[in-house]
Design a protein around this ligand. Structure first.
Ligand SMILES: C[S@@+](CC[C@H](N)C(=O)[O-])C[C@H]1O[C@@H](n2cnc3c(N)ncnc32)[C@H](O)[C@@H]1O
Length: 200
């Protein structure tokens, strides 16, 4: 194992668990926001920590544009090779405002999603606050992460997620267990965390 995401880019899409996670995330996103409905056809979406774009691929046909960003150059290279029509894939750190390819297209999102990203961030709560600031008023933030068994375990707890969404001043907060993977007879639950940027 390495902790450099670049090392996982090649072959990422061949991992059936990774594909299944993205597919479950998309299904639950559509259930949550009716993303396949016509209201979303004129909307802009940010896929934060997009990896090779497995979630992006599902979202793009239903919206005007997906901006897909990741700090891993190799993950973004795989996504760029897919040449998706209305997807702008860019490598860089959007939390630090450092994605040269995006120029001034950093904000004005109707939806920001983060699939299996937030639990890997050194400052999860700070990241949600930054991302919330990139949303249009009334825009949605939605994340999925492995559920941690306690505060020190890998993943995020329900309380950690709820606290971060509240600290980012998001409204209509939803935090719950949304699906589960089975590994060696052990359940690996996944949480969804969602909130809306206030309109005032
Ligand atoms: C478990 S992978 C998930 C990738 C993708 N969302 C998926 O579901 O296939 C985590 C991703 O988060 C990215 N990542 C980690 N820290 C990041 C940051 N600060 N900004 C953007 N992406 C980040 C990694 O490079 C990696 O591609």
């Amino acid at each position: 194992m390495t902790d450099d995401w670049n090392d996982y880019a090649e072959g990422w899409d061949d991992n059936s668990d990774v594909r299944r996670y993205a597919s479950r995330a998309f299904t639950t996103l559509d259930d949550h926001l009716n993303l396949c409905g016509k209201d979303w056809q004129s909307k802009r979406v940010l896929d934060f920590g997009c990896g090779t774009g497995l979630l992006t691929e599902n979202i793009a046909p239903h919206v005007e544009e997906v901006v897909a960003v990741d700090t891993s150059e190799n993950m973004i290279a795989v996504l760029q090779q897919k040449q998706l029509q209305n997807v702008r894939a860019a490598h860089g750190d959007i939390l630090a405002g450092d994605v040269p390819e995006l120029e001034n297209a950093f904000s004005g999102f109707d939806l920001i999603c983060a699939s299996s990203v937030c639990a890997f961030l050194p400052d999860y709560s700070g990241a949600v606050a930054v991302l919330a600031g990139l949303l249009n008023k009334g825009g949605h933030f939605v994340q999925w992460d492995w559920q941690a068994s306690d505060d020190d375990g890998f993943g995020l707890t329900l309380n950690q997620m709820k606290a971060a969404l509240e600290a980012a001043r998001l409204g209509s907060i939803r935090v719950e267990r949304i699906f589960e993977f089975k590994s060696d007879e052990q359940g690996m639950p996944v949480l969804i965390g969602a909130g809306v940027r206030n309109t005032e």
